[in-house]
Design a protein around this ligand. Structure first.
Ligand code: FBP
Ligand code: MN
Length: 630
């Protein structure tokens, strides 16, 4: 009976498939393409993390594809162009519009230069397209001039004099009709798309740096990208869902880093009411500082209320507004009194420290209305939901921002949340579903979870106990230390890494864990347990450069293995253009295979094989007459 049911289902499915491939010839054609595709080299994957609003660095690394472009230029033109010429050519690829403008000012953009440059771009694009089937290359070609570019990509000037003449005519015509600058831009784009097959962003677009909005605008239309949410993303997502506590945290972070432009101009969220009111509360402070103090108190009040509503968060001792002696100016932490660096709390009623005043209520209400009304924020958050998730398993690797909560003995922590107990992968799945429901349902409890996901000790995005209150009000730095999850130790233990990979259904021998979140300090290696875990929060974040010493780590996975890049100093765009300067990067091989991986070895390969099985079944059904074909 059950078997019968299965057969009926399969036939239904094959009938649907036959709509797409209505003849045996169509099926065979597809099978041939798929079979051949399996033999092509694996696409390049590019991993980045903890961008923290650093648009300049991010877009440079995206433009130079973590050094892949420079390598290809050296490979193709190494014997024909000196270093200076190669560097200039790379700059043209990274910043075509700007570079063309400066070359034009120097009077160098003569027809001969255009023809030569187009010839080189075409040559490079051809070499770099060897990894892709024709259909895929057509998809990658930007929409402008598509038919001409397809034609150019298929000329064979070295093989035949007629082809040579044809090729030359194409290039000359482009220059003659004045389209060369546009073609250069399109080729630069195509070459970048050919260089990197897929991008993974392992969390934290937001906070600290000034232009997370510009980063999101840049990647929003990227066809080949996935995102693993970081705690800062969850915070902004929670704010966009309407969580007051998340909103207060976002506003505070922005004021703290003097980034109010992102909110005010990028997202159209005004801070005027808050700033004016705060200036009255703290007349001796500079306006930004006053606003930061005022929103911080609002934030601690809102957080205190959430903690009281959710005993399961086990954060009771974090309600520090309740532990302050407002007369003495001390706060009791872990049974010990500490002097506070602020004595004046004009917005707190010591009898009821968590109560928001009417003015505070009004400010929160106004901010919430602006967050909910912001169209650009809605667009960006919708994109984060659409392309993001808590974790991704891709080609045997496990990607997530922070941690799988663990006990001291290395077992997965059982976390009580949403009326159930969850650990390991089931906990990740719960969190993923809860975060999505917060956006669609906006239920109050789910909004509280979003706040917990941002900063909770057992949150998969955080894994540490935030000491925001102490960092703000207590000078004794011994109170600032943020205890973190044993996971962050266990990634140094290959067995524990293996258990994590296995928990997510991956091969512990072959897979890697790829995380962000914890800045890699100077002198520390991002490669843990011999490469089983790699932490690529290398510090795009300017504010953390003292700690990290460099401008970021990125990871590249190609057909030969894994390679880590430590980016030293990123030249700003102007210097890059003037001096043809690139990022100085140091490359470290994490893993090198003796053989080359092909598409057959990837997740895509698995999907292709499954599709081929279905197609073969359809072919049999056509031949046996079970399904009639056109
Ligand atoms: O995910 P990240 O980037 O580590 O951010 C969270 C950390 O930021 C903090 O809120 C401190 O922020 P600042 O460095 O901006 O003061 C810590 O309390 C917390 O551990
Ligand atoms: Mn983080």
């Amino acid at each position: 009976m059950q078997q019968n049911e299965q057969l009926i289902q399969q036939e239904k499915y094959l009938r649907l498939l036959s709509e797409k491939y209505p003849t045996p010839e169509a099926v065979s054609e597809r099978l041939i393409h798929l079979e051949a595709r399996l033999t092509l080299p694996k696409e390049v994957e590019h991993f980045l993390s903890d961008l923290h609003g650093e648009y300049g660095t991010f877009s440079h690394i995206l433009n130079n594809c973590s050094g892949v472009i420079r390598e290809k230029v050296a490979y193709v033109f190494g014997d024909r162009m000196d270093e200076e010429e190669q560097a200039e050519f790379c700059t043209l690829l990274y910043y075509p519009v700007e570079k063309l403008e400066s070359l034009e000012n120097e009077g160098r953009t003569v027809p001969k230069w255009y023809v030569e440059t187009l010839g080189k771009l075409l040559e490079l694009a051809k070499v770099m397209s060897y990894k892709y089937p024709l259909a895929k290359i057509s998809e990658l070609i930007p929409t402008a001039f598509t038919s001409v570019i397809v034609e150019m990509m298929n000329t064979r000037p070295d093989e035949d004099p007629a082809q040579f003449a044809y090729h030359k005519r194409l290039l000359d015509s482009i220059v003659e009709v004045g389209s060369a600058p546009s073609f250069i831009c399109v080729f630069a784009e195509l070459i970048k798309r050919l260089a990197v097959g897929w991008i993974h962003i392992v969390g934290d677009f937001f906070d600290r740096g000034s232009r997370p909005d510009a980063i999101l605008d840049k990647v929003i239309d990227y066809p080949s990208l996935d995102i693993q949410w970081g705690n800062h993303d969850i915070l902004w997502m929670g704010a966009a869902c309407g969580s007051d506590a998340c909103i207060a945290n976002v506003v505070r972070n922005n004021l703290r880093y003097n980034n109010t432009e992102v909110l005010e101009n990028g997202y159209g969220i005004g801070l005027r009411s808050l700033t004016l009111w705060a200036a009255r509360q703290y007349p001796d402070e500079a306006p930004i500082k006053a606003a930061e103090r005022a929103i911080s108190i609002i934030m601690f009040k809102l957080e205190g209320k959430i903690i009281r509503r959710h005993p399961e968060f086990s954060m009771d001792e974090r309600v520090l507004l309740d532990a302050v002696d407002y007369e003495k100016g001390t706060v009791r932490i872990d049974g010990k009194d500490y002097a506070m660096n602020q004595r004046v709390f004009p917005t707190i009623d010591p009898e009821n420290p968590l109560k928001l005043s009417q003015e505070e209520e009004d400010i929160v209400k106004e901010l919430r209305a602006s967050f909910l009304a912001s169209e650009p924020l809605r667009r960006h958050v919708e994109f984060l939901y659409r392309r993001g998730s808590v974790y991704t398993c891709c080609n045997g690797n496990l990607l997530f921002h922070a941690c799988v909560p663990m006990n001291e003995d290395g077992s997965f922590t059982k976390v009580t949340v949403g009326g159930g107990d969850y650990s390991g992968r089931a906990y990740f799945d719960f969190v993923d579903a809860a975060a999505r429901r917060a956006w669609t349902e906006r239920d109050k409890i789910l909004l509280d979870y979003m706040w917990y996901f941002w900063c909770g000790r057992e949150s998969v995005f955080s894994g540490r106990e935030f000491k925001t209150f102490e960092r703000m009000f207590v000078d004794d730095e011994s109170t600032w230390e943020e205890p973190d999850d044993p996971y962050f130790q266990f990634i140094n233990d290959a067995d524990a890494c293996g258990r994590v990979l296995k928990e997510f259904g991956l091969d512990p021998e072959k897979g890697h864990i790829i995380n962000g979140h914890v800045p890699v300090k100077k002198g520390e290696s991002p490669v843990k347990s011999g490469g089983k875990a790699i932490v690529i929060d290398g510090g795009f974040c300017h504010a953390y450069h003292k700690k990290t010493g460099i401008s970021g780590f990125t990871l590249i996975s190609n057909s030969r293995g894994l390679r880590l890049l430590a980016h030293q100093h990123v030249a700003d765009v102007r210097t890059a253009l003037r001096e043809n300067r690139d990022i100085e990067s140091v490359s470290e091989t994490v893993e090198l295979q003796s053989y080359s991986l092909t598409v057959a070895d990837t997740d895509k390969g698995k999907a292709i094989r499954e599709e081929m099985e279905d197609l073969r079944a359809l072919l049999i059904a056509y031949r046996s007459g079970v399904i009639h074909h056109a």
